[in-house]
Design a protein around this ligand. Structure first.
Ligand code: ADP
Length: 260
């Protein structure tokens, strides 16, 4: 019998190279990196500015291609089949981003003319599906949005808008949610709420989250921090604290590393 351990990979990169520019202007944003992100865990990607964090996340999410190596979205019980993202067609990638990958962006990316409820439901409506009412109520309740469902984005605070974006990502129960600096536009109180909600969705529902951040406090909410430098893996921290992350970042020469 094949069993899937709690730490089976959700997605992985194998010897991935991504080069921008040519000749003297060439930048190896990813320089032969291999890394796995586990299912049912909250992982953070950290590293100095320009170390390749965004490029790695975009490659893992199928938002951008790679020049060499393989990027894999793994399959398993209760989820879809294994797919090699790095060679998938645009049609397959579009389907994956609709059905199996969720996103939370720094800038919330809500549609201004839609209520919170309609924003949350939009991806599933576009996919021609709808959530079980009980699951919808659970997600909305967990995120503290029950009383805000008929509000437009401009009627909500930044923290509330980001909670709508998190609900939108959680509702279809994607294989992986990629969060790109999800607290970058929030004050520390609202940021802490959003991080705690991501944390609890991993712990309580087994959601997989991969987050890019430059904030040591944000990274401390994760189970594991993957450190990048110059497009390569530069280390990792299990059960990180803000202090252990700051120490590691200073060790990488990220002089401006701060905990806010
Ligand atoms: P990080 O997210 O860690 O700040 P990035 O992945 O954004 O790093 O960038 C890694 C390197 O690749 C940087 O040197 C950056 O300048 C370069 N880079 C990223 N995107 C592009 C692009 N579209 N064109 C040219 N260079 C790029």
């Amino acid at each position: 019998m094949t069993s899937i351990s709690a730490f089976a990979p959700a997605c992985s990169a194998h010897d991935v190279v991504r080069v921008y520019g040519h000749g003297d202007a060439e930048v190896r944003a990813l320089d032969g990196i291999s890394v796995e992100f586990e299912r049912g865990r909250f992982s953070a990607i950290m590293g100095p500015s320009g170390s390749g964090k965004s490029t790695l996340m975009h490659a893992l999410a199928g938002l951008d291609g790679v020049d060499a190596g393989r990027v894999v979205l793994h399959g398993g019980a209760g989820i879809g089949t294994e797919i090699e993202i790095s060679t998938a067609s645009d049609a397959v990638l579009t389907g994956l981003r609709r059905d199996r990958i969720g996103f939370v962006f720094q800038a919330f990316n809500l549609l201004p003319v839609l209520t919170a409820c309609d924003n949350i439901l939009l991806p599933m409506r576009l996919a021609g599906t709808r959530p079980a009412p009980q699951w919808f109520d659970e997600v909305v309740g967990r995120l503290g949005l029950t009383d805000r469902l008929d509000h437009l984005p401009h009627e909500m605070s930044g923290g509330q808008q980001q909670r709508v974006a998190v609900a939108r990502a959680l509702l279809p129960q994607p294989d992986v949610i990629f969060a790109d600096e999800p607290t970058g536009n929030l004050d520390s109180q609202a940021g802490a709420e959003v991080l705690a909600l991501l944390r609890s969705s991993v712990r309580e529902t087994g959601q997989t989250v991969v987050m890019v951040t430059h904030d040591a406090v944000a990274a401390s909410y994760s189970d594991r921090v993957v450190l990048l430098a110059d497009g390569r893996l530069a280390g990792e921290i299990a059960d990180p604290t803000a202090d252990s992350v700051l120490d590691a970042m200073r060790g990488l020469g990220a002089v401006g590393a701060v905990a806010r």
